[in-house]
Design a protein around this ligand. Sequence first.
Ligand SMILES: Nc1nc2c(c(=O)[nH]1)N[C@H]1C(S)=C(S)[C@@H](COP(=O)(O)OP(=O)(O)OC[C@H]3O[C@@H](n4cnc5c(=O)[nH]c(N)nc54)[C@H](O)[C@@H]3O)O[C@H]1N2
Ligand SMILES: Nc1nc2c(c(=O)[nH]1)N[C@H]1C(S)=C(S)[C@@H](COP(=O)(O)OP(=O)(O)OC[C@H]3O[C@@H](n4cnc5c(=O)[nH]c(N)nc54)[C@H](O)[C@@H]3O)O[C@H]1N2
Ligand code: SF4
Ligand code: SF4
Ligand SMILES: [Mo]
Length: 887
Amino acid sequence: MAITPPPFATLDGRRVDVQPGDTIQDAAARLGVPIPTLCHVPGLPPAASCRLCTVEVDGRWVGACHTPLTPGASVRTVTDGLVTLRRGILELYQASHPAAGQQGAFRALLIAHGLTPPAKTPGRHAGGVPYLRFDADQCVVCRACVQACTHRQGQFVLGVTDRGGDTRLTIGRDDTFASSDCVSCGACVDACPTGALSDRDRVGPAGLGLAAESVTDTVCGYCGVGCRLQVSQAGGRVLRIQGVPDAAVNRGHLCGKGRYAHAWHRSPERLTQPLVRRDGALVPATWPEAIARAAEGLTALAAAHGPDAIGVFTSSRSTNESAYLLQKLFREQLGTNNVDCCARVCHASTALGLRLVTGAGAASASFDDIERATRIVVAGANPTEAHPVVGARIKQAVMNGAQLVVIDPRRIELADFAAVHLALTPGTNVALFNAVAQALLARGAVDDAYLAERVEGLAAFTAHVGQTSVAAAAVQCGVPAADIEAFVEVLAGGPTLFVHGLGLSELFQGTASVMTLAALGLLTGSVGRPGAGMLPLRGQNNVQGNADMGGMPNLVTGYQGLSDPVTLARLQPHWRRPPPPTPGLTLPEMIDAAVTGEVRGLWIQGEAIVQSDPNEAHVIQALDRLDLLIVQELFMTETARRADVVFPAAGALEQDGTFTNGERRVQALRAAVPPPGAARPDWAVVQAVAQALGASWRYGSPAAVLAEVAAVAPHLYGGVHADRLGGDGLQWPCPTADHPGTATVHADGFLRGKAALMCVDFALSAEHGVPGYPLLLITGRVLHHYNVGTMTRRTPHAELVDRDVLGVHPADAVALGLVTGGRALIESQWGAVEAPVLADPRIAQGTAFLSFHFPETHTNRLTGPVRDPQANCPQYKATAVRVRPIP
Ligand SMILES: Nc1nc2c(c(=O)[nH]1)N[C@H]1C(S)=C(S)[C@@H](COP(=O)(O)OP(=O)(O)OC[C@H]3O[C@@H](n4cnc5c(=O)[nH]c(N)nc54)[C@H](O)[C@@H]3O)O[C@H]1N2
Ligand SMILES: Nc1nc2c(c(=O)[nH]1)N[C@H]1C(S)=C(S)[C@@H](COP(=O)(O)OP(=O)(O)OC[C@H]3O[C@@H](n4cnc5c(=O)[nH]c(N)nc54)[C@H](O)[C@@H]3O)O[C@H]1N2
Ligand code: SF4
Ligand code: SF4
Ligand SMILES: [Mo]
């Protein structure tokens, strides 16, 4: 009779459970038993190169980092023999790298093994990027950094060469970071055990003459990935930032913005005191003066012209708590639904499209589905630049076997990893997705059981897409039919994870693009399945939360109808009066109404619309016509410059509250450093204005505000309480205090009953085929800067990228007489700007690309009035332009 071994092993005499996939190193880490290593990075595949982790299993020596723990095994991590072996290995490292061991884990290992580390000497550094140092003398070529760069970031910058017995680390092509594809993520620094690789921003408090250092666990304030950070500070100054090692979202990883772009917080250009306009000029004021001016101004306008003469844009950069209070202020105290946020110019079409199809406007999937997926479609998103930690996870998933399809006019980095890249003409998504649906249905390659059980509208949809074909779409989209067939082939394989971005939503057919992509999600039976479904990459740190809080004109907190009886009953104990029953204006409608004089007062919280909204001339005209503009900001933006009242705000590193990331994860934001001067957290200022208006609000803290959110939107936030948000927070829906949160939405059924297959006709926008404007301009973002750049431009990131650049295909460059480094005049029907040129084969012929991070570029002078008729989202992704060289 076979004897089943027990499901546990022993390690230094202690019992340890054997878990699937366990190495001895993993099990020891769980017990807190340190096994020495240089090359192994926790969470990454073993490099198995340094041999320091050798342990004894039932009398045999094996490497702990790569040997599976087997049930019944008896492991010893310390024996006389092992210690002698390790000491010998360390001596060899010392012999070949005599200067190494001045710091880090390697130094500690030398000392622990009775060896003498070298004295400290000034290092020699390979430079080139502002954030990383490499001191070759300190490097013992253990390969830990190579592991991190390859298996965490997926960048392949670091390698090891062995020439004539001289083994050494290589960086890029010529041993400088500047010559390499390094993205300044810092993963190699965290992995390095010798300090050979180090952060150039790593200053100790002693170096600054400051007192003790403290560390705060908080959330990144840039993008919607929501990485968890450990922020070290001393004396109110950020010293350095690292990722929280076991965080669900980022597992210790960060991108360069989250890790290094923090110097904005101590910029001398920060707004540090309230300002009010007197005799035409903005002058310093006390907080009571500024608050009174705002409150009186809003009341006077509402009294004279009705409450709909004022409006507000809540900030997706600030907290849930400030967004909730600000929309409540306008609805409850001032009596208008003129409430909107930057989601309008971003993913409003995604929220609407997904809501129409599934009943819920947010991601159905989670970031963890990336590793579970066998097929991933990335459509109109550029994750390695805009959501870098997610981009890195997608690269790893592909290297581990997932199939990838990229749909983007530009050859983005992920296209290099893709089985198929469809470089379609901007604005033609609907033609492509309808044709792919037709092909899947014609081949019978759809999930019939799923469709029968969970989806409605199949017959009408089949008839509708039957009017198109792959051949027709190939012409409409400007891509080879064979490539579309290859995309169909991938989807025919089964459930797929659909990751999308602004290349779907910021178009005339934005909502239509999202609905037709979601149709592919339904046909393949993907929505509601683990490892599959819809994963739109939401933009700003809290754009998901801002919408959840009610930062939109037609729905109140939790996407609830304005006059829905259930909602009103929920609001009743907390709101002095219900919101007005009729929807207010969207953001672009408020801008239009300001030009016509129907809207006379605006409160803009953390949004720099002069730079970021389309058609700059129109926005400036609108702001200049207002009787009252209130701006809550970190910096004196072109928008703030036009204000009558400026409230200096605390930024993400300086305030408490919560952010909700793109996978609906509510995480705790904790102030790591104080705001400068008299700057204050947004929520507290909103409360102060409400009190000046006579409200009896007495929220003692952001946690008290969150408790009210839970009460008024219990279906999503009911169980989300501040004291439950340690660690990785909670993913909504989280209806009750004991609910664990929801990773996959629609697993058991759609909010709207059955999901709907929507029939949408393909249409080109008014920017397509404009005579005299032969190129289609795509505007968007680059890795190193963030939106209007107020923050990243005030950090050493400005050395990495110091201007917006116009990318054109080399053939177009030749035809137009443009050269890399030269300047170009770019003209649209709406305005003209100048920019330096880069001839770039990654840009498709007939298109051009320009970012909008520097105010002096005025990119949005070019973008015009075309917007999605359903969601009102502007078409930033296709503007007819002509380009010529400036001599
Ligand atoms: N580094 C950095 N990260 C950011 C930001 C930033 O400014 N900088 N901003 C944040 C914000 S607010 C947002 S919303 C997100 C945005 O993140 P993304 O959604 O990735 O945004 P973009 O890079 O602007 O556009 C995505 C891609 O759409 C492609 N595209 C253009 N037209 C079409 C089309 O018709 N069809 C298809 N399929 N693709 C098209 C573009 O070529 C581009 O590569 O990033 C967030 N993260
Ligand atoms: N041409 C073109 N234009 C675009 C886009 C595009 O692709 N092309 N993308 C659009 C998209 S997707 C978006 S989301 C918008 C983004 O446009 P914006 O929302 O205008 O840009 P951000 O840089 O995200 O932040 C706005 C402001 O918030 C301030 N801020 C940061 N943190 C805080 C805080 O905690 N409190 C307060 N009160 N203020 C704070 C910053 O200083 C900054 O000035 O741009 C849009 N504009
Ligand atoms: S910073 Fe990131 S990309 Fe650059 S070398 Fe290190 S791990 Fe690689
Ligand atoms: S990926 Fe986004 S959330 Fe994460 S560190 Fe970078 S900017 Fe911050
Ligand atoms: Mo955005």
